[in-house]
Design a protein around this ligand. Sequence first.
Ligand code: FE
Length: 231
Amino acid sequence: MDPNILHNISYGMYIVSSCKAGAINGQIINTAFQITNDPVTIGISVNKKNLTHEYIEASSLFSLSILDEKTPLSFIGKFGFKSGRDLDKFRDTAFVMLKSGCPAVTDHAIAYIEAKVINRLDCYTHTLFVGQMTDSKMLKMGRPLTYAYYHEEKRGTTPATAPTFIREEMPGVKKEVAMQKYRCVVCNYIYDPAVGDPDGGVKPGTPFEEIPDNWVCPICGADKSQFVKEG
Ligand code: FE
């Protein structure tokens, strides 16, 4: 079995939000898909450890915001690598409160869908929730962010809690010796000196040691002390 093959399955990037007794939370997911057309049902896979999972279990409601291709990494970091137990993710995020009490994120979203859970399947670390669509709105024209684009163009990373997480290893492939790469221990983002971090003001060709001390991980916001040598 070669788990690297699974990288060839296509996904999108979404924020799934839910509510529980007036509290709201949301997180990034990549595993979301339409199951049927009449009525419209949607499947989502959510890690059981996540706060949003607890909220969906409690309210049987979720919304799915379809992210725009232009979504910045820092926004994905807030919803993908931080827990609602530590941070109010909606404090500085645009969203609408739906009649059901479930929020839907509108920041960087081209559309949202609201669904009521009609079924669920226990899948080891995750629950596969099946929801029937109860509301939906197109917010703007745009291209939906795909998981491949996130990885290849934006150089985004995957948290270990995601259903599709695989350690980045290619057996038998020897990497070229190049400038030392560094990995963020919080989110697994790899700083590659050859690429730099142009959005963060770091030019390609900058060794990690020469990055200013106030630089932070473009995905999760961790500071330089949270980086370790990679490989
Ligand atoms: Fe990070």
